[in-house]
Ligand binder design. Sequence first.
Ligand SMILES: *[C@@H]1O[C@H](CO)[C@@H](O)[C@H](O)[C@H]1NC(C)=O
Ligand SMILES: *[C@@H]1O[C@H](CO)[C@@H](O)[C@H](O)[C@H]1NC(C)=O
Ligand SMILES: *[C@@H]1O[C@H](CO)[C@@H](O)[C@H](O)[C@H]1NC(C)=O
Ligand SMILES: *[C@@H]1O[C@H](CO)[C@@H](O)[C@H](O)[C@H]1NC(C)=O
Length: 347
Amino acid sequence: MDTASLIIHFHVILVLLICCNTLSNLAMAVNDSSSGGPTNFSTAILIRVAQSGEGNFKKIQDAIDAVPSNNSELYFIWVKPGTYREKIVVPADKPFITLSGTEASNTIITSSDGGDITDSPTLTVLASDFVARYLTIQNLFGTSDKAVALKVKGDKVAFYGCRIQSYQDTLLDDAGRHYYSNCYIEGAVDFIFGSGASLYERCHIHSVAAGAITAQGRETSLENTGFTFLGCKITGTGGNTALGRPWGSYSRVVFAYTYMSSIIQPEGWNDWGESTKQSTAYYGEYKCYGPGANRSKRVGWSRSLSNEEAAPFLTKNMIGGRSWLRPAPTQFKRSSSTNIVTPTGEH
Ligand SMILES: *[C@@H]1O[C@H](CO)[C@@H](O)[C@H](O)[C@H]1NC(C)=O
Ligand SMILES: *[C@@H]1O[C@H](CO)[C@@H](O)[C@H](O)[C@H]1NC(C)=O
Ligand SMILES: *[C@@H]1O[C@H](CO)[C@@H](O)[C@H](O)[C@H]1NC(C)=O
Ligand SMILES: *[C@@H]1O[C@H](CO)[C@@H](O)[C@H](O)[C@H]1NC(C)=O
């Protein structure tokens, strides 16, 4: 397929996506109020974090701690540029928080902890309806052991324009429905892993050494989880990188309309030494391109998807439609909560 027809196909897909999303919006809007969440999605309570002292807090965790339990309003935590040396947890009882920088390149959350996938994450999201925008989330532990930069366990969680960096086990996409848009994700070994149902759209996946990009954890054929990479780009150094290997027996991963550089090994996929998983894992490719996308030497148990087979993975249906993806709030107000400190010098 030449570039022009690829672009046309891509546009058709986008139009389809927009139509489907509009329909699912209509279908879901009727029952939004039954969820107990905010009723006004255009207005958020603003909390500012700045290391200079000009915000409400100097640390991001302090801002999250200030959000009341079971909050029924949107909270928008605006993080000024800086390098924040913190390990952050967004607890399960604090939904509807947006954590936002202005540019990922200058708003960096960093730590250096390895060895354990539960304790090492720099940012752990247990809450539902969380959004992160324009942040770098990194774990600088290095190459010697597991070191998670980001763990996502809440349902209905979205990341826009974030950079997520580590080496082994960078992104624990643990559970729930997730959307990653225009993110940069870097690592080497199993660096996007877990049992989430996730759509990665227009993301840049960068592999820094031989290894596997994904290790999706779906355990049974009934589990509605899996990772879809749509319109992404895979680059790297080192080479001999697999697209995935099955952490769960029914591991499910699809790459569609994705550029693959020559770092992708010709075999493409790996059964992790258990040949029984070849018949249960679901590994598909659809209209990918670039030197790493040549399927002539792919393992026989991976799939080149037909249009019909690919269709379910090319929409947001697997992550629950657009019913929960929300636009950024446009109006901001201050909190009346006594938990939110007033910056020094402001009265
Ligand atoms: C809204 O939710 C209620 C309770 O969950 C359910 O009975 C009702 O059928 C839903 N209405 C629509 C239009 O989905
Ligand atoms: C949301 O709240 C703002 C004021 O905070 C108000 O101007 C706006 O009309 C509200 N929107 C809806 C849909 O209620
Ligand atoms: C928040 O909601 C949970 C579940 O409904 C409840 O167990 C908890 O006590 C609530 N917390 C507060 C502070 O109201
Ligand atoms: C794919 O690889 C095979 C074998 O290496 C080669 O013969 C073929 O030309 C390649 N196809 C494309 C489209 O590059």
